[in-house]
Each structure stands twice: as C-alpha cells, then as structure tokens.
Write a protein that binds this ligand. Structure first.
Ligand SMILES: [Zn+2]
Length: 216
C-alpha cells in the first residue's frame, strides 16, 4: 500500500462511523455500508436490540496483539485490525456459492471482474462465484463480507428498494442512522440485522414498500 492510500485509509478509519462516505462505492446493494456503519455501530453496544456483549460481536482477530499475516498468495494486500474492530456483528466469509452449492468456492475477486473493468474505492474486492457471477463486497480493509452473495435478481432488488429508502430518508429529513432504526422497527427485525446487503428479495420488497408508504 502506498503512502497516499495509507493516508486515505487512516482518514477513512478515523471518521465517525455514520460519516463514512458511501458514495464511493457502487450502489448495487453488494457494497452496502450505511446500515453496517449505522446506528448499531454508533450505539457503542447500548442499543436495545443489539448484542448484549458487544465484544462477542466483533471479529476476534481485531484483538490480536500481532499483525495479521496473510498467505503471500492471498488476494487481499492486508487486513486491518482497526478496520475489523469497526465491524459490529460480522458475517462469516462465504465458503461457497449459495446458489451453486459446495462445489463452487467463493473466491476473492477484484471489482474489475464484476463492474466491467471499473474499480471503486480503496478496497476493490468482492467474494465471487466464478460459475454464476454472484458476488458481495467486503468491508473496507477487511475480509468480512458486507452481506450475502447476490445474483443479478437479488442485486437488482437490493438496489431498487434501497433507492426507495433513500428517497424516504430525504423526504422525512431523518438522518441515515435514524432511518435504519425506523426501518428495522417497521420490519420487526433488530437494527443490527437491518442491512440491504443482508436482505433477500422478499425483505427488499417489504422494506421498499414500507419506505414508499412512509414517504407518501
Ligand atoms: Zn454461483
């Protein structure tokens, strides 16, 4: 990592969680950051529906005393312990494609492989199925997936319904964290589980409908 991207990384990591810039990431639900760095991450563990024991909800590697060494052939350049610590309630890395089954491993791929040769942000990686093309982005500077791998239909549902959420948020004047708290409540799920990249198609549609109704 060169000095410039290191500086950018430090700046990103030091931002208050709710201020992390999300516009630098492709808005297709594969890289949903807002929910994950939203109220659950900001609440410091005292949100009512979240984990009682926050430490249990953080990747234990965040507390390693030594650097996290990666295999030299690993696709990721490094993993930041500080960045791991930022991710509350991490999902495990996918081992195989949820659509194609255990015969098809989930590889770490580069954005260029899924975004027509383009790359976004400082952490341009995804978990990818080389058979069907399902993918999901990673939390910056970690190997933690932002959600579950999604095929084209699911990505479209996440993207379209998240747009309805953004419109509702704008119309209501709610801050992002407040909007996620509201949505979680309306859907009857814990706010720590309220992330577009975690939703299945039905949940996307339910969330989008709730947002549109509220926005009226
Ligand atoms: Zn697949």
């Amino acid at each position: 990592m060169n000095t410039e991207s290191r500086a950018e990384f430090e700046a990103f990591i030091s931002l208050p969680p709710h201020e992390k810039e999300i516009s630098r990431f492709p808005d297709d639900g594969s890289s949903e950051l807002a929910g994950l760095y939203g109220p659950a991450a900001c609440a410091g563990g005292d949100n009512e529906v979240g984990f009682v024991n926050q430490a249990a909800a953080i990747d234990p590697r965040a507390f390693h005393h030594s650097k996290i060494e990666l295999d030299p052939t690993h696709e990721l350049p490094f993993i930041s312990r500080k960045a791991l610590k930022r991710v509350k309630n991490p999902l495990p890395a996918p081992e195989h494609c949820r659509y194609c089954g255990p015969r098809w491993s989930a590889f770490i791929g580069h954005h260029e492989e899924v975004y027509n040769g383009r790359s976004y942000g400082d952490w341009p990686y995804v978990y990818l199925c080389e058979n069907c093309g399902a993918y999901v982005g990673l939390h910056p500077f970690t190997d933690i997936p932002l959600g579950t791998m999604a095929d084209e239909g699911l990505r479209r549902a996440r993207k379209n319904n998240k747009q309805r959420f953004n419109l509702m948020m704008k119309a209501s004047g709610m801050k992002r964290g407040e909007a996620y708290e509201w949505l979680a409540g309306a859907m009857g799920i814990p706010v720590v589980e309220c992330h577009w990249a975690w939703f299945e198609i039905e949940q996307c549609e339910k969330a989008g409908k709730l947002c549109s109704e509220r926005g009226k």
